[in-house]
Design a binder for this molecule. Structure first.
Ligand code: LRH
Length: 488
């Protein structure tokens, strides 16, 4: 069988990778060419992404990818986390290091926005849930700074990296939807909202959609990577979560919910149209855009960030061993609200979790294993709430929950999620973002049919693990009781 080779650049909050994807009619193989750490830096001015080190990792990765394919790649795609951006000056040079979405500059920015555009009008115009780091609030926080004043262009992180690779500017739509400046009904900019808030939409490059071309590698990039030109860069679903949803291995016609689990848990449904009701806003559901005009109707949950931060505080113990011990701790002793922005900032996570348990009159976890169990129970509970709320708010029912992303490797989290939801969980693929990235490139070259065909190929080729819900009505009531303990 003839296979076509693609490279997927996929940047997560804690590591970046360049993956090589080989695609044929019945083949979808993914191998890692290069993985590199993503280590944000605390500068005196705040928390920043080390974007140059990430870009260097990408060049190294593309060279490593090319070394496995005689220097030939059919195309490259870039995806990363959402909302953050770099600014370019009039010469196209980067102005400063991109600000990390966990930086505190957005403290109080939302209140400032709401004083001129109330939260309900914002939601009606954009369908985006409140999160302090939405680009809209970041730009409000940056208002009047010399850096923003000097900026001629704003490029979201994958668009910035694509610009360095190709010299071309654009704004990819799925990621643009996370700025909270897109109207989800039209897929175009929310002009009057931006005007009212003094945000200059002219800073953004032209919108492009997954599947559109984004240029070809610059000669200097070909030289640095030893690739044989021309190598096209294809616009993928550049929001990592949108790429991951594109690779959910659902069967055609299956009624499914998905949970993209990694640093974050993004839990919800794929819809044809946004849900912009007041109930939906109150439940803090977001309508981000997916491939093919779909809506990713989901809730942001803190995710394994809670555990990653504790593990860092504990001096990086062996996580497999920790999860093993957590599995033996009695369940649902203490839970916290894993959607609470109080857990957003880095540092002192174990202490913050203990404080949340104390404040809700629950036992404070006494060991790392107990804290780990508390975190996983809390995530499972938040997954369940999101999936139940999504069904109610969108008027849908689901039979299966697909868990994709790095957290799909966490058997305890998958099993607890199945138990909490009372639904079977199909776990995998763990590298869903990279696979979605590759599939959209393959489709742009005519190798793929519709979305269902892409998903069927993932399902036929990738190892998946099924978790059946344990326990009956009595156990389900335990989850209700736990939820009641942390209800606001
Ligand atoms: C996950 C993710 C998520 C966003 C967050 C900023 O990587 O893209 O979808 O909300 O990062």
């Amino acid at each position: 069988e003839h296979l076509t080779t693609f490279a997927a650049v996929d940047l997560g909050a804690s590591s970046g990778r360049v993956m090589v994807g080989r695609v044929g009619r019945d083949t979808l193989e993914l191998t890692e060419a290069h993985r590199f750490p993503n280590r944000p830096v605390h500068l005196p001015e705040g928390l920043r992404w080390d974007i140059l080190s990430l870009y260097a990792g990408i060049l190294d990765g593309l060279r490593a990818a090319g070394a496995t394919t005689d220097g030939h790649l059919a195309s490259i795609g870039v995806d990363s986390w959402a909302v953050d951006y770099g600014l370019l000056d009039a010469d196209g040079a980067l102005l400063g290091n991109p600000v990390h979405y966990r930086d505190s500059r957005t403290d109080g920015a939302a209140e400032k926005v709401w004083s001129s555009v109330p939260a309900d009008r914002l939601y009606a115009a954009t369908g985006i849930q409140y999160a302090p780091f939405n680009t809209l609030y970041q730009l409000t926080a940056a208002h009047g700074t010399p850096q923003l004043a000097a900026a001629k262009r704003l490029l979201l992180i994958p668009d910035l990296l694509t610009y360095w690779l190709t010299g071309e500017v654009g704004t990819e739509l799925t990621n643009a939807s996370t700025t909270q400046l897109i109207d989800p009904r039209t897929g175009g900019w929310a002009h009057s909202l931006a005007d009212g808030l003094g945000i200059d939409l002219g800073l953004f490059g032209p919108l492009r959609r997954p599947g559109d071309p984004s240029g070809i590698l610059l000669p200097s990039v070909l030289e640095a990577t030893e690739l044989t030109g021309p190598v096209p860069v294809t616009t993928v679903a550049s929001h990592d979560t949108a790429s991951a949803v594109a690779a959910v291995p659902a069967a055609r016609g299956e009624r499914f919910a998905y949970i993209c689990t990694g640093t974050w848990s993004l839990a919800g449904l794929e819809l044809d149209a946004p849900v912009l009701t007041e109930d939906s806003r109150a439940a803090n559901f977001t309508n981000e855009l997916g491939i093919d005009g779909t809506v990713r109707y989901l809730r942001n949950i803190m995710g394994l960030w809670l555990l990653q931060e504790c593990v860092r505080d504990w001096g990086d113990p062996d996580v497999t061993e920790l999860l093993h011990r957590a599995a033996a701790v009695p369940g649902l002793r203490s839970v916290v609200d894993a959607s609470d922005p109080a857990f957003l900032a880095p540092g002192g996570m174990e202490r913050r979790i203990a404080a949340a348990c104390r404040a809700t009159g629950q036992p404070v976890p006494a060991t790392p294993a107990e804290t780990t169990r508390c975190i996983l129970d809390s995530l499972a509970l938040a997954h369940r709430a999101a999936i139940e709320d999504a069904q109610r708010l969108a008027g849908r029912t689901v039979d299966t929950v697909h868990m994709v992303g790095g957290g799909a490797r966490n058997a305890l989290l998958c099993q607890l999620t199945a138990d909490a939801c009372g639904l079977p969980v199909v776990a995998g693929p763990a590298e869903a973002s990279a696979l979605g990235n590759v599939l959209v490139q393959a489709r742009a070259q005519g190798l793929m049919g519709d979305r269902s065909d892409m998903r069927a190929l993932v399902s036929r080729t990738q190892p998946l693990v099924r978790y059946e819900p344990r326990g009956g009505r009595a156990e389900r009531a335990d989850w209700d009781a736990a939820a009641a303990r942390i209800a606001a």
